[in-house]
Design a binder for this molecule. Structure first.
Ligand code: CO
Length: 285
């Protein structure tokens, strides 16, 4: 069988929503048009020069059965949680939080310089890990490998492997790739993704052609959009005249039943009831 470049299955227009205590977001997964992209449960892009759009933040709230991945581009989010853990996530930093059995935390954007932007991804956990002990991987900007190729192509490797360089976040059940890719005008990028893994790109600046195999010759897209790739062995992207910046994210699908209620994602409705009961009885964390 010959290696196949993935074509574009869908192009998703992010929806403008408000979440937390009134944070304005562009949401591309966990919407009516794309509810679940196994194993990815939610994808949000927040970004504004107006503090009113983000300052109310995400006051104390629970999570169970999932991982939340926060990647900041500018500004600072301070967080603290029920495990006594506190810190800040600043530009270029990543927090990969495996909530497992349960965590209560707050995520509060800070007013420093005005502009705030970043991304939050939710990754589903397999049934066997839904009640695992909570774990954090906090990676500072300087610990994230950045690959610079000829022609000015830059790739920050948050998770996965590029040119033999292993990403900063490891030991995640979904075996994910999470790359932040910057292509100058007309540059191209190719990346191998295991057949059967789900893959998407979130274009946040500029435009380009995604999946330039024969099936997707015309899939030119401009920011902000989320592109879902069909199955295959690799993705190919060609930047447009102004260059393009995007996240490339992939992971192994679970193919398990999903029972979802806000920040709890389990396999059955009974497990959701249990989470609510634990929260009421103070046995959640
Ligand atoms: Co949260």
């Amino acid at each position: 069988m010959t290696a196949q470049v993935r074509s574009v299955a869908r192009v998703i227009e992010p929806q403008r929503v408000s979440d937390g205590a009134g944070v304005k977001l562009k949401r591309s997964i966990a919407t009516a048009s794309l509810d679940y992209l196994d194993p990815f449960l939610l994808f949000d892009h927040f970004g504004s020069d107006n503090p009113d759009d983000y300052i109310a933040g995400f006051p104390m709230h629970p999570h169970r059965g999932i991982e939340t991945v926060t990647y900041m581009h500018s500004g600072v989010v301070e967080h603290k949680d029920s495990l006594g853990h506190a810190g800040s996530i600043a530009a270029g930093d990543v927090q990969w939080m495996t909530a497992g059995h349960g965590i209560l935390h707050e995520e509060m954007p800070q007013l420093r310089g005005g502009h705030l932007s970043g991304f939050q991804l939710w990754v589903n956990l397999p049934a066997r890990l839904k009640l695992t002990k909570p774990v954090y991987q906090e990676v500072s900007a300087k610990s994230i490998p950045e690959i610079v190729r000829d022609g000015g192509v830059r790739i920050r490797v948050i998770a996965g492997k590029v040119d033999g360089v292993q990403g900063a976040v490891r030991e995640i059940a979904a075996d994910p790739a999470y790359l932040d890719v910057m292509l100058p005008a007309n540059a191209s990028f190719r990346h191998a993704i295991a057949r059967g893994h789900t893959a998407f790109a979130y274009i946040y600046e500029g435009d380009g052609q995604f999946g330039i195999g024969p099936a997707a010759a015309a899939a030119g897209v401009s920011a902000p959009k989320l592109v879902v790739f069909s199955d295959g062995d690799s993705v190919e992207i060609q930047a447009g005249k102004a260059g393009v910046r995007f996240l490339l994210i992939s992971g192994k699908p679970l193919h398990e039943p999903v029972a979802r209620y806000g920040p709890f994602v389990m396999n059955t409705p009974e497990e959701i009831q249990q989470a609510l009961m634990d929260l009421r009885n103070g046995t959640f964390v």
